[in-house]
Write a protein of this length. Structure first.
Ligand SMILES: [Zn+2]
Ligand SMILES: [Zn+2]
Length: 426
């Protein structure tokens, strides 16, 4: 009530004697006599807001800010009494004050704290990128993932990797980005938006940052020869170097991509079709490991699609638990897969459903690394791997077919004889 610009004490009742004023105030506050009566009795010029014309009560205090007299400004009798306030600047000595000086000080304190917070974050981020990871120590998987990030997500001036921005993008990319972050190959760029970074201390007084990772810019924390940052980005973007991967390295990344794609589709079917919350547990991991050993991504789409429909019928016909439905779908896919393998049945390849978000990692791998001419979803990783293994002789260090493109050109007859690319519509 005291944070307004202080008014001056009113003078309209100044014609009253000291005694009359004292009597009036007693009748107003204590006896609570009607104001119309008081107005008539004392011949007052107004019949409301008497308190504005009452004298301010001086206290023994002075203002802690400007040293002026602290007063109590009379209150309306229906309201609570006012707190003592500085007659000059409006400051309240005790308790919560919102005078302009106090608000100003609070703002200064806030700005100072914010500055210190940002300095702590900045120091911590610079500390984390101070130890660079030698390029030679990177695994094939890490190199390929970096290649994708540089090619598709680097800033125009090639100084950082742009934020993934949405939680949806993060969900679809974190299988590839998180391992890079954990091994400090990617660090949070010091020019990121700090409003998405929290700061805490652990019990050893070490600074711990809690970070909304999908909002961060990324720094590539890798050292290669004496390449500048700009040269490093250019180097990573040229997939030629990453192509010098062993057959097995290619195979492992391909399987990772295949599992990732299958998992996205499986998650969609659980969440959207069966209305069961998808959780990527050991049973799923186990199934996807098995499927990607034997089938292309397109064939796995086929199996998931078919048995999601079966499971949906099963769910609608019978009253069963969520767990039951979950296990039913996994079991059906597994049984069918085993039957197809045992009997060498043909299984059609589905295209990637349009409602599943594009994955930049898959696109990069198939286009730049495998040069798969659009066939990446239709070849089983192990098929390419085994043919290459058989083609290796003692002197060859790298894969016989460096790319799926080479392989398709040479083994075209396979695709016609075995009809592995037969289209099926959903
Ligand atoms: Zn003051
Ligand atoms: Zn104040």
């Amino acid at each position: 009530m005291n944070h307004y610009q202080l008014k001056k004490q009113g003078t309209k009742f100044d014609f009253l004697s000291q005694d009359e004023m004292t009597a009036l105030m007693k009748e107003y506050y204590e006896d609570r006599i009607a104001m119309a009566s008081l107005k008539a009795k004392y011949k007052l010029p107004q019949n409301n807001n008497f308190e504005e014309q009452f004298p301010w009560e001086k206290t023994a205090e002075t203002c802690t800010l400007c040293n002026c007299q602290v007063v109590v400004i009379p209150h309306h009798r229906n309201l609570y009494p006012n707190k003592p306030v500085c007659s000059n600047c409006g400051h309240i000595n005790e308790g919560h004050c919102t005078c302009s000086s106090c608000l100003d000080m609070k703002r200064q304190v806030y700005l100072q704290e914010e500055k210190e917070r940002e300095e702590r974050i900045s120091n911590q981020l610079h500390l984390e990128e101070s130890v660079k990871i030698p390029f030679e120590k990177l695994t094939a998987e890490e190199k390929i993932s970096l290649g994708m990030l540089v090619r598709n997500m680097s800033s125009e001036d090639l100084t950082y990797i742009v934020p993934l921005s949405s939680k949806e993008n993060w969900k679809n990319s974190k299988d590839f980005v998180l391992p890079l972050y954990k091994s400090k190959i990617l660090t949070v760029h010091p020019e990121s938006d700090y409003s998405f970074i929290g700061i805490k201390e652990n019990k050893f007084n070490e600074t711990i940052l809690s970070i909304e990772l999908y909002k961060m810019k990324w720094n590539i924390n890798v050292l290669k020869d004496d390449l500048s940052n700009y040269e490093l980005y250019n180097y990573l973007a040229r997939a030629e170097d990453q192509l010098k991967l062993t057959n097995e390295e290619l195979f492992l990344y391909w399987k990772k991509i295949a599992k990732h794609e299958a998992q996205l589709y499986l998650a969609y079917n659980f969440d959207q079709v069966l209305k069961i919350e998808f959780k990527n547990d050991f049973a799923i991991e186990n199934l996807l490991e098995y499927l990607t050993n034997h089938f292309s991504i397109g064939q796995i789409y086929n199996l998931i699609w078919k048995y999601t429909n079966n499971t949906l019928r099963f769910k609608e016909e019978r009253q069963v638990t969520t767990n039951h439905i979950y296990n039913y779908l996994l079991k059906c896919i597994r049984n069918e897969a085993e039957k197809i393998i045992a009997n060498s049945y043909n299984l059609g390849h589905f295209d990637k459903p349009k409602y599943i978000q594009e994955s930049s990692f898959s696109d990069f791998f198939f286009s730049y690394i495998l040069k798969a001419n659009g066939q990446g979803y239709r070849i089983t990783p192990s098929e390419f791997f085994e043919i290459n293994q058989n083609n290796l002789d003692d002197t060859q260090e790298f894969v016989q077919f460096k790319t799926v493109g080479d392989y398709l050109n040479t083994y075209k007859f396979l695709s016609t004889n075995k009809e592995p690319f037969k289209d099926e519509e959903e």
